[in-house]
Design a protein around this ligand. Sequence first.
Ligand code: NAP
Length: 330
Amino acid sequence: MPVRQLIIVGSGPAGYTAAIYAARADLRPLVIASSVEFGGELMKTTEVENFPGFPEGIMGPDLMTRMQQQAERFGAEIVYDDVTRLELTGPVKRVTLGSGAVHEANALVFATGSAYRKLGLEDEARLSGYGISWCATCDGAFFRQKHIAVVGGGDSAMEEATFLTRFADKVTVIHRRDSLRASKTMQERAFADPKIEFLWNKEVTRIYGDTHVTGVGLVDTVDGSESALDVAGLFIAIGSDPRTHLVHGQLELTPEGTIAVEGRSSRTNLPGVFAAGDVIDPTYRQAVTAAGSGTVAAIDAEHYLASLPADAIPQVADAPRAAEPVAASA
Ligand code: NAP
């Protein structure tokens, strides 16, 4: 396979926005979108109310489909497969996929986002899919007229709890402190919902159930007392960690575990390798900030490619071209 100009690993708001910009710059990027998790975290969310341009809100999966279509319209090529290996140190970046296919490019944008955090309990993995879930939009309908619990105190937990009241009779939010981290709007919505109740200062320490979840064991974080709660399901919404395992030993990380980039740029410690989105952001982690970060990465990659000697830039004859003439950059 010929060496391309740009490969983008990741298909959340950062990856697709980088693809839109890079495709419009005629870099004909290849997006590696993952076999299962394409579209990123927004594929698992419900209504997105804070992405500018959608005053009535938009469903997360619809937003991601639109981004994908926009990238394809300008000639981005998308492969739905998982990266198994990245070789980033040389001038040509090499990407190996689960299928065995190998793609090479002069520049690479790494936008793999973040992965849901786990509680780290003994039966968590065993009962995953049998009452334990990280995705209310995926699994909520299995809990019609049931009592379920959500663990966490951030926006994700409030969003999951509120969504789950469509199905469940009762949703108990279990939080380890006595105040929420979630934004005021999300808190108020959850507090106002008659189906949601809160258990404060409690940590989930056990999950009960042989074939499916029947309850959880709790410890009070203030007085250490133990209790149990009968629930048919437990939705875990305790945040996420940057997905960096593919680049360990190659890209420098920050103390928070995100990929280190230079200042406000997307430049990593390796020339030609750029990083964008949640994987570099320990603080804001919004769809719109990830999209902005993807823009930065595409522009940085474009500048890097332009700085290479002309004979280093490949001509990819078989890559798809933009479907229609592209206007000058905004
Ligand atoms: P988060 O803001 O990091 O909140 C994680 C929550 O889980 C915190 O309340 C934390 O407790 C708790 N937690 C962490 N580890 C725990 C553990 N081991 N056991 C029990 N509880 C634990 O994560 P998030 O809610 O996923 O949100 C991430 C980012 O996405 C935020 O910037 C958020 O604003 C954004 N987001 C936005 C929307 C929206 O606007 N529609 C929706 C979802 C997410 P402590 O509070 O005690 O630390």
